[in-house]
Design a protein around this ligand. Sequence first.
Ligand SMILES: Nc1nc2c(ncn2[C@@H]2O[C@H](COP(=O)(O)OP(=O)(O)OP(=O)(O)O)[C@@H](O)[C@H]2O)c(=O)[nH]1
Ligand SMILES: [Mg+2]
Length: 196
Amino acid sequence: MGYWESSGSAPTSVKIVIAGGFGVGKTTLVGAVSDVIPLRTEALVTSESVDVDDMTGLPGKRTTTVAMDFGRINVAHDLVLYLFGTPGQNRFWFMWDDLIRGAIGAVILIDTRRLEDSFAAVDYFEAKHLPFVIAVNEFEGAPRYPLDDVRQALAVADDVPIIAIDARSREASKQALIAVTQHALRILTPVPRGAL
Ligand SMILES: Nc1nc2c(ncn2[C@@H]2O[C@H](COP(=O)(O)OP(=O)(O)OP(=O)(O)O)[C@@H](O)[C@H]2O)c(=O)[nH]1
Ligand SMILES: [Mg+2]
């Protein structure tokens, strides 16, 4: 029986982390897909932050996540995803170790205008051996690159899925969640010898 088919039992719930650098759209994604009103911990972006964090391309950004975002979505009738969005500002990264506990995988959101902000997130999940997918959040006005070029620029392995999304779109964001769930299952489920 496939993972997506009904087993007639209680739904399976899994935890997914939404990560990435400052202002890449993590809170936006959790808000777009969540079936419940998301829990947010936003604080005003202070004037101190303007010197520390690169606000390029984020004219409307007034707040930043200081602890986490939390949301929930039924992607199939027997599969519930609990979503935990991380803070993006470097000074709150100590939260990440707590947020990833028990997670099966992560979506790393990328803004191609500030690709270098994403390197640390990629390094982090590689070091933790947690499966991840890359989701390029296509902001208007941001350059569009072939996804293979993004893969090379980030130096991620060939088997890491990379997709382009609009974090404000429920459907697109849901595809990123399905991609990470399937990727995590592929990695975490031992394939019987000769099954493929
Ligand atoms: N045009 C456009 N704007 C977006 C998109 N995603 C997010 N935004 C805007 O970009 C800004 C940053 O989004 P957030 O969701 O706060 O980003 P974040 O990654 O949670 O930020 P931190 O928690 O501060 O790291 C907000 O003003 C959003 O409205 C997008 O796909 N397109
Ligand atoms: Mg946020």
